[in-house]
Write a protein that binds this ligand. Structure first.
Ligand code: ADP
Ligand code: ADP
Length: 224
């Protein structure tokens, strides 16, 4: 059984249609790039898959369970235990060091500081940013900050990482470095990645590409 299955998703904001029959299947461990022009519904699709936005109709099943049938508490618990998130920017807590940022999800899950920070340190090392562990997000480069964000998304061993334009604020060299490290780490841990991007060079790191146009997406519109 696939990990995530979205069927005939429809979502309208006021009179603006964001999704108009979108479909997507994500299998365990695969990296899927969701492509398409600005405003085509990519972010809304990702938010529906992650249970952040409820579609007007259609359904999302995660490991066989319909997200809309869960309570808000169950959905937020699922996001903490099974999902990781990377966004374009602004996701790190500015008052915390990079190490503390990566340790935070585990601290919130009740892990002891020492254990959480030891594991966070191994993830910073894996993402090739061990040297900035003690610095705050405002003191590091955009590419370093995104690698810290990737470490934080992966530290809880999620089954799915949702990444919305994770390289959107980076130059192409740093963007490709983030994508290489993200996809290598995901393949190592077996996490699936749902990657929203409008950049073909970023999508090239995926196993599969899906195109969204005017709120419609189909798995069969597979490009590779
Ligand atoms: P993309 O990620 O492809 O740029 P989005 O999913 O962000 O597309 O947006 C799809 C359409 O829905 C756009 O017209 C956008 O302006 C609109 N939209 C998205 N989110 C909201 C929202 N929270 N409120 C109102 N309109 C929204
Ligand atoms: P992206 O660049 O990933 O497409 P956007 O900048 O379109 O993302 O949207 C960022 C956030 O703002 C999202 O949570 C989206 O739902 C919301 N949003 C997008 N378009 C609108 C809109 N027209 N009105 C209100 N909120 C919107």
């Amino acid at each position: 059984e696939p990990l995530l299955v979205a069927t005939d998703l429809r979502k309208t904001y006021g009179r603006t249609p964001a999704l108009d029959g979108a479909e997507l299947t994500v299998r365990a461990g695969e990296v899927v790039a969701v492509m398409g022009p600005s405003g085509s519904g990519k972010s809304t699709l990702l938010h529906c898959l992650a249970g952040i936005v409820t579609p007007d109709s259609g359904e999302v099943r995660y490991r066989g369970r319909q997200l809309s049938a869960m309570s808000d508490g169950e959905r937020s618990a699922l996001r903490r235990t099974d999902f990781g998130f990377v966004f374009q920017f602004g996701q790190l807590v500015p008052e915390l060091t990079c190490l503390e940022n990566v340790a935070m999800p585990m601290r919130l899950a009740g892990r002891r500081r020492k254990d959480a920070e030891a594991l966070a340190a191994t993830w910073l090392d894996r993402l090739e940013v061990a040297d900035i562990a003690g610095q705050r997000p405002g003191e590091v480069s955009g590419g370093q900050g995104q690698r810290v964000a990737v470490a934080r998304a992966l530290v809880g061993d999620p089954r799915v990482v949702f990444a919305d334009e994770p390289t959107g604020a980076l130059d192409s060299l740093n963007g490709e470095r983030v994508m290489r490290l993200l996809t290598e780490a995901a393949h190592d841990t077996g996490a699936a990645v749902v990657l929203v991007t409008h950049e073909p060079r970023v999508a090239a790191y995926s196993d599969r590409e899906i195109v969204v146009r005017d709120g419609k997406s189909r798995d069969m519109e597979r490009v590779s």
